[in-house]
Design a protein around this ligand. Structure first.
Ligand code: FAD
Ligand code: UDP
Length: 389
């Protein structure tokens, strides 16, 4: 056998979401033979979108997905496989019978407190409201109270967070809130990132294009079975970490989502995402999907009311909870994973982390690069190629 042939690896990738697709493509381009399996009947994982038959609107089936990143390499990557259309996420919130702009910005502050503050006046106002006794906020609640004070916290965050996470904000880490900015100008862009957009033909088409390579075979409706591992030189697994070990130590906690679909002749709410922050409204937000494709024209509309609840055995895991209890369990699974051979756990389920699409892509690129590097030196690919805890 010539040396080149000997170096060609037969690789299994479990999961056809962004993690699986990017690793598959990067390795296929280096001549390796890739089989991708997914238990679902479609590719693209949770980023899957499809055209609704009644309205022809592109629907984000597993919840609203907006691509945003500061990472130029990742931005160039997605632009190679799709036409990214300009899109700025501008979220609204219905609170106590009024509509406000999110994330909290000068407009929100002035409307909420019935003021006409300038940026400096608003900074003063909010700093008077902030709880100065909290110097080192640890919980979501402490973070909010020390940052914006109780009135804004109670109106915009408390009820929404209880609905979203099924627990009190005093029992959640501050990091969840740190994701959201507070602005003292009228900028209502939900994200701070340099690049933002939505693929013109959808995420599913983008991932289909990533898979379009002669060395890649994709098999849908195919569940992973542990016996598969020995048939391949290496496995990249983007399914749930605890499922791989048959939940031997128990289940890692997730929140799942239910979507209640509705149709409307015309414009239902006039924007893509409207949050409902009060606890007495059972859903967290309504997504009107046609607003994610402002370059298209649609008379009719489809919208999803989104409800969050604890994830049980038969549900789709969406948000990893990562409470203290889960972190102990996670460590048990990480230790088990380290003992496995020829398998690397990747992506949001394989590493039990909330990952945006850009981070998922960046990590998948790094993982493939690491595998290719280690092949050259003959070293073993580890169970995790990124920091997971
Ligand atoms: P997934 O997309 O979950 O893919 C994993 C795949 O593995 C699935 O297709 C699954 O069927 C398959 N699989 C699992 N187990 C098995 C098995 N045993 N055998 C075979 N196949 C298996 N990111 C953003 O950047 N912007 C957003 O606006 C955004 N919005 C989001 C909104 C919601 C509600 C959620 C939950 C996430 C959002 N994300 C967003 C994150 C985005 O969904 C993830 O970054 C992305 O899905 C991660 O890709 P992945 O390939 O790691 O996982
Ligand atoms: N949040 C809130 N009210 C809102 C929007 C967000 O309380 O109107 C909280 C909620 O706890 C959420 C967190 O802020 O989980 C992060 O918000 P983000 O929009 O990033 O939520 P995600 O995209 O994770 O659903």
């Amino acid at each position: 056998m010539n040396e080149n042939k000997m170096n060609i690896k037969n690789i299994l990738i479990v999961g056809a979401g962004f993690s699986g697709a990017v690793i598959a493509r990067q390795l296929a381009e280096q001549g390796h033979v890739i089989t991708v399996i997914d238990k679902r009947e479609h590719i693209a994982g949770n980023s899957y979108d499809e055209r609704d038959q009644k309205t022809d609107v592109m629907v984000h089936v597993y919840g609203p997905h907006i691509f945003h990143t500061d990472n130029e390499v990742v931005w160039n990557y997605v632009n190679k496989f799709s036409v990214m259309m300009p899109y700025i996420n501008r979220v609204k919130a219905t609170v106590r019978g009024q509509v406000f702009s999110l994330p909290i910005n000068l407009h929100t502050i002035n409307q909420f407190f019935s003021t006409t503050c300038s940026p400096d006046e608003a900074k003063n106002l909010i700093s008077q409201k902030a709880d100065k006794n909290i110097t080192n906020p640890q919980t979501f609640e402490e973070q909010a109270l020390s940052f914006i004070g109780s009135e804004l916290y109670e109106a915009f965050f408390k009820g929404y967070t209880i609905k979203q996470w099924g627990m009190e904000p005093k029992d959640l880490p501050a990091s969840i809130l740190k994701r959201l900015p507070v602005r003292f100008n009228y900028d209502d862009n939900y994200f701070n990132h340099k690049y933002q957009g939505i693929p013109k033909d959808g995420y599913t088409q983008m991932i289909k294009n990533i898979f379009e390579h002669e060395n890649i075979t994709v098999r849908l409706n195919t569940n992973f079975c542990k016996d598969n591992v020995k048939e391949y030189d290496h496995v990249f697994y983007s399914g749930p970490l605890d499922e791989y070990f048959n939940y031997i130590n128990g289940r890692l906690g997730y929140r799942t989502l239910d979507f209640e679909k509705g149709y409307y002749n015309g414009d239902y709410q006039g924007c893509a995402v409207m949050n409902y922050c009060s606890e007495d409204i059972p859903f967290t937000r309504i997504t009107e999907h046609k607003y994610f494709s402002p370059w298209e024209k649609h008379e009719k509309s489809i919208y999803y009311k989104e409800y969050s609840r604890a994830c049980t055995e038969n549900d789709i895991p969406y948000y990893p909870i990562r409470q203290v209890g889960e972190m102990a369990l996670l460590r048990d699974y990480l230790a088990l994973a380290e003992k496995e051979n020829n398998i690397t756990f990747v992506g949001r389920l394989g590493t039990y982390r909330y990952l945006d699409m850009d981070v998922t892509i960046a990590e998948a690129m790094q993982t493939a690069e690491k595998y290719l590097d280690l092949l050259k030196t003959g070293e073993t690919m580890p169970a995790f190629s990124v920091e997971v805890q």
